[in-house]
Design a protein around this ligand. Structure first.
Ligand code: IYR
Length: 224
């Protein structure tokens, strides 16, 4: 095998088996409280908190370590308004024409509709872009590997980091989302992946009465 530059695994920490189980349980107890929120408060959230969560997102593993993502964090009211107007236009098409009866039926428990006030109320919108390829100085393309998986992993870390910081969020996917390239001035090599709405929940926020599958419904073990 070719020699590659490497460094010792210096930051690794080992825990006792008891601590490991405690840490796993604590983490689970914390993330199981996370709920997708659609009613946001206008209460401000400092940029630094968003930045720290984005640093966590940037630690995600990625195909060939090419880190094929870009995040645009928007707090500017005028920009949020333009995003809301464009998203609601797409949603109107979706709910009135594009969505199949089966899809609308699946969405019923969530109680969603074309109205997206949270796109203006919430203090931050984080648009996640998947970078399909990079462009070298000579204009040639650098291919990215597993960009959807990589960006999904980074987004999962971001959602978890925001939750741990004490913020609520909504994974929002107006479809199609190409208006985000225009409004946020991103190149065509980037595909909008999703829009993460984040901030504090409104005082009277409510969430759908839905539950998560028990472990046995989504996990199988193969053991001796
Ligand atoms: N984008 C629409 C519809 C929607 C689709 C799915 I899949 C959801 O899990 C939730 C909503 C909307 O935001 O209303």
């Amino acid at each position: 095998m070719k020699e590659q530059a490497s460094v010792p695994l210096a930051d690794w920490r080992e825990f006792s088996p008891l601590e490991m189980q405690q840490r796993a349980t604590e983490f689970y107890e914390d993330v199981r409280r996370r709920r997708t929120v659609r009613d946001f408060s206008a209460r401000a959230v400092p940029r630094e908190l968003i930045e720290t969560a984005l640093r966590a997102a940037g630690t995600a593993p990625s195909g060939a370590n090419l880190q094929p993502w870009h995040f645009v964090a928007v707090s500017q009211p005028d920009c949020k308004r333009r995003i809301r107007v464009a998203a609601e236009a797409e949603e109107k098409e979706f709910y009135e024409h594009r969505a199949s009866a089966e899809w609308l039926e699946a969405l019923k428990p969530l109680g969603t509709d074309t109205n997206k006030p949270f796109l203006e109320t919430a203090p931050w919108l984080i648009a996640v872009f998947l970078r399909k390829y990079d462009i070298r100085a000579d204009g040639s393309k650098v291919k990215h590997y597993y960009p959807a998986e990589s960006t999904g992993l980074a987004t999962g870390l971001l959602i978890t980091a925001l939750h741990r910081a004490g913020l609520a969020c909504l994974t929002h996917t107006p479809s199609p989302m190409s208006f985000l390239n225009e409004i946020l001035d991103r190149p065509k090599s980037e595909r909008p992946f999703l829009l993460l709405v984040t901030g504090y929940p409104a005082d009277d926020a409510r969430v759908p009465d839905i539950s998560r599958k028990p472990l046995n419904d989504y996990v199988s073990f193969i053991e001796d």
